[in-house]
Design a protein around this ligand. Structure first.
Ligand SMILES: *Cc1c(COP(=O)(O)O)cnc(C)c1O
Length: 371
């Protein structure tokens, strides 16, 4: 059996930056609590994406949870959420005992449809917050979405878990809304083994998020709590990995772009294949090279053929309004997300892939077309 090709696996720097920062944490015994790596990782990430402040947390999910809390989302509040996403976008809405309303995608972006969002505002004028996602590193149509949220005076949270390194009209995704979140989970474009970041231009909010994330300990010698708290902070060891990874983010984006262009060039002539959309205002990070199939060959055919050769691929996210847990909630839109799920596939996009790895993938896929 040939060596496994992954969808997207951790890729540490050749230079060993991550180990150096982790070593520093050991040398100074700042294993815990917090420490220099956490402080610097927050500053470095904020500078990279161009926002005022950032809070390093234990996961992207925790960051979404605290963003909802900061936006004042509580029991019974309605929150708009894209249906085509990973469940981690929607789960924190439930943690806050709020009510998700799922919004369809459009084919132009694969992300939240501004048209469906507008309809949702008509049906739910008292909505408390909107979460927008930048799926697979493609940016949503932020101009329209920001305008709609401003018009209705509703907080906007950007789930940029998959879009670190993605720009919309030259501005980094995650910095358009009131709050943005990033994830450093194992398969994201950079990873800390697990972790997340909440960003905002409001430093007070970020300070408050840090407070909530450390069990809401009041300023007092004894342990005093006047608010509900969480154990959501990132460890100083983990943050060291993040600082090292941030140094190679641009390189990773470059390689992901190369992988996407490779697939486009080598598979573009196959009947029924349509690659994920590109827009002149979007500079994606190409986290996962994805495409849809509208001919006889189905995503499962490709997935099975690749798996036989020890190569990982996966379907496009299954929409939330089709999930057993979430189907009881309202959905606004048509069948776009459903069709993208039915027809979509994410090809292996691991930045450690060599040209011959890519050729292995190409060959298997082209054979399905009898080529
Ligand atoms: C990965 C991911 C998250 C969650 O991030 P974690 O760090 O794993 O909690 C949230 N939203 C989307 C769209 C993701 O892909």
């Amino acid at each position: 059996m040939q060596e496994r090709i992954f969808l997207s696996s951790p890729h540490m720097s050749d230079e060993g930056f991550e180990k150096q920062y982790v070593q520093e944490a050991f040398d100074t015994n700042w294993i815990a609590p917090l420490g220099e790596n956490v402080n610097q990782f927050e500053k470095e990430l904020a500078a990279k994406v161009g926002c005022e402040a950032a809070a390093a947390l234990s996961s992207g999910t925790a960051a979404i949870h605290l963003a909802l809390k900061a936006a004042g989302v509580g029991e019974g509040d309605v929150v708009f959420c894209p249906t085509l996403t990973f469940s981690a976008t929607a789960n924190p809405i439930i943690y806050q005992n709020a009510i998700p309303v799922f919004i369809d995608s459009d084919y132009e972006t694969w992300n939240m449809s501004p048209k469906a969002l507008e309809e949702a505002f008509v049906k739910y004028p008292n909505v408390k917050a909107v979460i927008v996602v930048h799926l697979y590193g493609l940016s949503a149509d932020m101009e329209k979405i920001v305008t709609l949220c401003k018009k209705h005076n509703v907080a906007l949270i950007e789930d940029a878990a998959e879009s670190l390194g993605t720009y919309y009209r030259g501005q980094h995704t995650g910095t358009f809304g009131d709050y943005g979140i990033f994830s450093f989970n194992g398969n994201k474009i950079i990873t800390t083994s697990g972790g997340g970041m909440l960003v905002s231009n409001n430093e007070e909010i970020i300070a408050k998020a840090r407070f909530w994330a450390t069990q809401s300990r009041d300023q007092a010698r004894h342990y005093q709590h006047s608010e509900l708290g969480y154990n959501y902070r990132m460890s100083n060891v983990v943050a060291g990995i993040g600082r090292g990874q941030l140094k190679v983010l641009d390189k990773r984006v470059e390689k992901k772009n190369y992988i996407f262009e490779f697939y486009k060039r080598e598979l573009g002539d196959l009947k029924g294949i349509e690659f994920m959309p590109s827009n002149e205002w979007n500079t994606p990070n190409y986290w996962l090279s994805s495409l849809t199939l509208n001919g006889n060959i189905r995503p499962l055919d490709i997935m099975q053929a690749l798996e036989k050769e020890n190569i990982e691929s996966r379907p496009v996210w299954k929409p939330m309004h089709m999930q057993p847990y979430f189907e009881k909630y309202d959905f606004i839109g048509e069948d776009v997300a459903e069709n993208l799920f039915r027809d979509g596939i994410c090809l292996p996009s691991d930045t450690k892939m060599t040209e011959s790895d890519l050729e292995r993938v190409i060959k298997i896929i082209r054979e399905l077309w009898g080529l």
